[in-house]
Design a protein around this ligand. Structure first.
Ligand code: SAH
Ligand code: SF4
Ligand code: F3S
Length: 454
């Protein structure tokens, strides 16, 4: 390792939003002359981009941080940065807890990393957590993948779900302009990426903070309009978006997805609970009937669409019967994938203060029962792929079997097949599915000619 070059390491926790922020911060650091170091112990600057969605996510950060804080006593010029949602939540108090830290910066400050580090190198200990207008970033992100890329379309969240810290740590909604989004996508297309995922915590809220209304009284800029505006970006073959909120999900959006060939037929729409009373106390703003109607509508337009979601078990006061309504929803809908979590009380959220907190035993029992059902339903959903020809975008080698490559179908199922990564990376390949499992598939390459005959 060249000793005159400064090296950086980033560890990222949490959601895709954080991953996208890390890639932008890595871009800024490389622009400043830093080079990537896989090993944090070889780095001169370590950045933890943190998550606080549940308590265990937050605790993980402290254990990582403790180790590096110790190292700083031997290596005083080591720069330690905590970015992301724990940084925003804890602010100054993080400095008191870990005095070795140089910089504590909330997610809204990601694009300001260079300025903030300049203050650190001038000898200051810096906390940047005040709300700011997020600046358009002119630095090129250092993207982890060469095939798929993330593009933020809206930052923050204006909802107030009673269990959730995100609005506290990510601030109010700020949409990027359609022109800025399209320009970034075009740049990504020129760099040979094939797939883009548009990101927002509540992506259906896109545009409601931008000026302009249509003659019919709608916001001029919506996610649906954005999809029409960006769907033909050259080079980009697939467009995904996440996360959708059932409260704002529209039939117009479903139609757009059915109409636009590059928009993948995969919807990630968290429902959180299948019980109306619990949904009300979560402040989600919809009923399970409304949720079911959305899924029915999607399946009316796109019978084969993949549906995934998030759900929480053990919300304060959730009764056994209410939990069973969640099981029932999962049974009825049959999700392709479901991210499940036991409720975790979060600081600064209303539900954390309620009396009827459930025991860890009840929560983990419900989580296990739900996960069991999810796996059964996902395996059922996988059956429909058996023998079919699916288009797979190849992302990587299968780490467990180097003779195989892996990628995703447009419905987002992980798929493995025999092939050479050097030849296939970034290619869309027609694959005949020969084996199905709950959350992944195996197949074999089909000749293009054969594919046409099918
Ligand atoms: N904006 C998205 C999800 C954001 S957070 C939405 O509205 O659905 C990602 C997921 O974490 C949530 O969908 C929820 O299932 C889970 N989650 C959020 N807060 C939680 C908490 N306090 N305890 C357990 N899970 C939580
Ligand atoms: Fe959290 Fe609700 Fe916003 Fe999703 S919509 S980020 S769950 S407050
Ligand atoms: Fe975690 Fe922040 Fe995302 S709390 S889930 S990293 S928005």
């Amino acid at each position: 390792m060249n000793t005159s070059t400064r090296h950086y390491h980033i560890t990222t926790f949490g959601c895709q939003m954080n991953k996208a922020d890390s890639e932008r911060m890595a871009g800024i650091l490389e622009n400043m002359g830093f080079e990537w170091s896989e090993d944090p112990n070889q780095a001169d600057l370590i950045l933890y981009n943190t998550c606080t969605i549940r308590d265990n996510a937050e605790q993980k950060v402290y254990s990582y941080l403790g180790r590096q804080a110790k190292r700083k006593h031997q290596q005083p010029n080591l720069t330690l940065v905590v970015a992301g949602c724990v940084a925003q939540q804890e602010g100054e108090s993080l400095l008191r807890r870990v005095p070795e830290l140089d910089l504590v910066m909330g997610p809204q400050h990601a694009n300001r990393l260079q300025d903030l580090l300049q203050q650190v190198f001038d000898g200051n200990q810096v906390v940047a957590t005040e709300p700011v207008h997020i600046m358009e970033d002119i630095t090129k992100p250092r993207r982890d993948s060469k095939v798929t890329a993330w593009v933020n379309v809206i930052y923050g969240c204006n909802e107030r779900c009673s269990y959730c810290v995100v609005p506290n740590v990510r601030g109010v909604e700020q949409s990027r302009t359609p022109a800025a989004i399209r320009a970034e996508m075009e740049e990504i297309g020129r760099q040979d990426y094939k797939e883009i995922t548009l990101l927002g915590q509540n992506i259906d809220a896109y545009g409601r903070d931008l000026p302009g209304v249509t003659p019919e009284g709608r916001h001029k800029h919506t996610l649906t309009d954005l999809l029409y505006y960006v769907h033909d970006v050259p080079g980009i073959e697939r467009i995904r978006f996440a996360t959708s909120h059932p409260r704002y999900f529209t039939e117009r959006l479903i139609k757009a997805c059915a109409e636009l060939p590059k928009v993948c037929e995969h919807f990630h729409i968290p429902f959180q609970s299948g019980d109306n009373e619990v949904l009300k106390r979560m402040a989600r703003g919809y009923t399970h009937e409304k949720y079911r109607r959305i899924i029915d509508k999607i399946r009316e337009y796109m019978p084969d669409a993949a549906i995934s979601a998030d759900a929480i078990v053990g919300f304060p006061g959730e009764t056994e019967a209410q939990f069973e309504n969640t099981l029932k929803l999962v049974e009825d809908i049959g999700f392709d994938q479901l991210n499940t979590a036991a409720y975790s009380p979060r600081p600064g959220t209303p539900a954390a203060l309620w009396d009827e907190q459930l025991s860890e035993e009840v929560k983990s029992d419900r989580l296990q029962r739900l996960n069991h059902l999810v796996a059964i339903k996902a395996a059922e959903r996988s059956q429909r792929y058996m023998g079919r020809i699916e288009e797979v975008l190849v992302e990587d080698q299968n780490p467990k079997d180097k003779t195989q490559v892996m990628g995703r179908t447009q419905g987002n199922r992980l798929t493995f097949f025999t092939g050479d990564i050097n030849e296939l990376k970034g290619k869309l390949v027609q694959v005949k599915i020969t084996e199905v499992r709950a959350f992944s598939l195996t197949g074999e390459v089909v000749e293009a000619r054969e594919a046409l005959l099918v």
